[in-house]
Design a binder for this molecule. Structure first.
Ligand code: GLV
Ligand code: MN
Length: 195
């Protein structure tokens, strides 16, 4: 979904402020082989958290060589029962491959049609750009997946955090009406996220 590059590469100068379509380029005299390799996805992420799953991002912020190239990848680790919670990527479609374990992978269309399948090692999935999706570890052990995006910075809007853990909070009057529940239900959900 990102625009096409206008040069071979533009390694991000991450010390500079991001500009309209990414970071400014590092001076070519400063560029080395290391700019085009990244080992940040080699280790399992820490899954000791609310959802028992963690996304390790290999986007332009972590891997400056991706700047302006319109691609990036994540690693997603799941403890047993772990969930990568419903979220969407405003700037990219996603495809993924399960490396280990068994994942229930699902997405919902803008017309509220739900598509899903349980995948095991070697099987792939796709999530069309912007659609809400999740992965749930339904196997007995840990699970691992790698995902790929057509953006150097796909962004991720996590629905539960957007709605119940924003700063400042969305007013109760909005959320009680949106979900047709009382304030105590909204406050109970907020409290799970430390809000
Ligand atoms: C999985 O959905 C991911 O965004 O990496
Ligand atoms: Mn995703």
């Amino acid at each position: 979904a990102d625009p096409d590059p206008l040069q071979d590469f533009c390694v991000a100068d991450v010390s500079a402020s991001p500009s309209v379509n990414g970071f400014p380029c590092k001076a070519s005299s400063q560029i080395t082989s290391d700019d085009f390799f990244f080992d940040g996805l080699s280790k399992a992420g820490n899954t000791t958290n609310l959802y028992r799953a963690t996304v390790t991002a290999g986007n332009v912020l972590a891997f400056p060589g991706l700047n302006t190239l319109g691609i990036s990848m994540n690693r997603v680790d799941f403890a047993p029962g772990g969930l990568n919670p419903p979220h969407s990527h405003p700037r990219a479609s996603e495809s993924g491959v399960v490396i280990k374990g068994k994942l229930l992978v699902g997405f919902v269309t803008t017309n509220n049609v739900y598509y899903s399948k349980v995948l095991s090692a070697g099987q792939m999935f796709v999530v069309p750009r912007g659609l809400v999706h999740f992965q749930l570890n339904v196997g007995k052990g840990k699970a691992l997946a790698f995902t790929a995006f057509n953006s150097h910075l796909p962004g991720a809007s996590v629905l539960s955090f957007n709605l119940f853990a924003s700063t400042p909070s969305i007013p109760d009057a909005v959320l009680t009406k949106a979900f047709q529940v009382d304030d105590d239900v909204i406050n109970n959900i907020r409290s799970k996220f430390g809000f």
